[in-house]
Design a protein around this ligand. Structure first.
Ligand code: LLP
Length: 413
């Protein structure tokens, strides 16, 4: 995402050094153009029924941009629902899912007349039945099915197997049908699934589409008029050169084959695919040290800023800005947090680095800032959006004092 022009680092037409003058590291930086390009490409291939998975990046500015590009929003909490409404999404373009919605969450969604509540258990359907009856209102619902398909991805981000907590088992379709038929105020119009994230194998998509088509037909045969089939997110992003070369065009081919003889309105809810590559994390080197023959670069971003390497062993390319030497050195890039897992990457080859130099951690636009924390009483990182030769701070980091002030010491201490 960074281009060098006369040795100066540029994102679009903005010089990173100008941003560094006013914003303290670590911070996330997004390229508006990269987001727009990816969204437009995805829409061109998969059509206009794309609901951005808000959990991947929920900054209001990003949501506003996604909304202006005509995407819908896929939310999994009342917080994300409120964020999406406040960023300007039409309620009719918001889908609410999640395995743990409270009665209060459901009521809020009903009051705001969102497009769909995707239920994830028979109990949740029963609760909605009670709420709809109380209000004497007809409510559109969807069901998230669990098709019992192994996404063949990192186990921590796999969600489509029978033993995972998500969705309603596909074998329970008859119970869903019975329940919905006995609830005149519930209008079941959609089925959905999401079998996991970072899915590269086309065979997995093919199996999922087949199962979902079969399931939709079963509902229709039972007299339930399913209009929408939502096929989830999960599209793969190439974080390193060795990663499989996933093509969204191949997904589209399978989609066309599988649904050629049907009229369902097909939709997707990607997060990572739309925004991961449009974000970078800018961090400063605050210390250099050698332990056990390893050259450590200690940077000011930590696992509290970007947790993916520590949590999933995820790989993110690391690049340097100050390329002072031709010679490459081997470094381990680590954060300042007091945990051994606070390492971004071992054996990174970089030109010689010094304290104060800037490193760039790539492809962090999805599941970066949203998963950051205040662990070790450190601040959440700021966020910047670049648009050609302009940039704006879209999230401004707190002050440490504000964090401390949130604690309340009871009177007996
Ligand atoms: N729909 C549902 C119901 C989901 O649970 C998810 C992600 C998505 C859509 C979007 O998936 P995507 O297109 O972004 O793969 N924190 C992990 C990723 C967790 C994804 C959870 N669900 C990571 O950093 O890799």
């Amino acid at each position: 995402m960074i281009n060098f022009l006369n040795k100066a680092p540029f994102i679009e037409d903005t010089n990173l050094n100008d941003i560094l003058k006013i914003c303290q590291t670590p911070f996330y930086l997004y390229s508006q153009d990269a987001i727009v390009q990816k969204v437009e490409k995805t829409k061109k291939i998969l059509g206009n029924n794309i609901f951005f998975s808000v959990k991947s990046n929920s900054n209001q500015a990003i949501l506003k941009l996604m909304q202006s590009l005509d995407l819908g929003a896929d939310v999994v909490s009342i917080g994300e629902l409120k964020r999406s409404l406040s960023a300007g999404f039409d309620p009719n373009k918001i889908i609410f899912e999640g395995v743990g919605k409270s009665q209060e969450d459901l009521l809020y969604a009903i009051q705001n007349k969102i497009r769909l509540i995707n239920t994830e258990s028979l109990e949740e359907i029963k609760l909605l039945q009670i709420l709809a009856n109380e209000k004497n209102n007809k409510i559109n619902i969807g069901v998230r099915l669990n098709p019992n398909i192994d996404g063949d991805t990192i186990s921590k981000i796999s969600t489509g197997k029978k033993t995972d907590k998500f969705g309603i088992e596909i074998d329970d379709i008859h119970s869903i049908i019975d329940l919905v038929k006995s609830s005149p105020n519930l209008n079941l119009i959609s089925i959905s699934c999401h079998i996991g994230s970072q899915i590269s194998k086309i065979a997995v998509y093919k199996n999922t589409f087949k199962e979902m088509k079969k399931a939709a037909d079963k509902f229709v045969d039972a007299g339930i008029r399913i209009k929408h089939v939502d096929l989830g997110g999960g599209f793969h992003v190439q974080y390193q050169d060795e990663d499989p070369n996933f093509l969204i065009e191949d997904v589209k081919k399978e989609l066309d084959i599988c649904f050629s003889d049907s009229n369902y309105d097909l939709s997707f809810e990607p997060g990572r695919y739309l925004i991961a590559e449009a974000g970078i994390l800018i961090t400063s080197i605050i210390n250099l040290k050698q332990n056990g023959g390893i050259n450590y670069l200690i940077v000011d971003a930590g696992m509290n800023t970007l947790v993916r390497p520590a949590m999933y062993n995820a790989y993110h390319k690391i690049k340097s800005i100050n390329n002072k030497s031709q010679k490459q050195f081997t470094y381990s890039v680590a954060g300042p947090i007091c945990e051994s897992s606070d390492i971004f990457q071992k054996n990174v080859k970089l030109p010689e680095q010094s304290i104060g130099d800037i490193l760039v951690i790539e492809d962090v636009g999805a599941y970066g800032k949203v998963m950051s924390s205040n662990y070790n009483t450190r601040l959440l990182p700021s966020e910047i959006l670049v648009n050609r030769d302009s940039f704006a701070i879209i999230y401004s980091s707190d002050r440490i004092e504000e964090l401390i002030d949130k604690d309340i010491i009871p009177s007996w201490l």
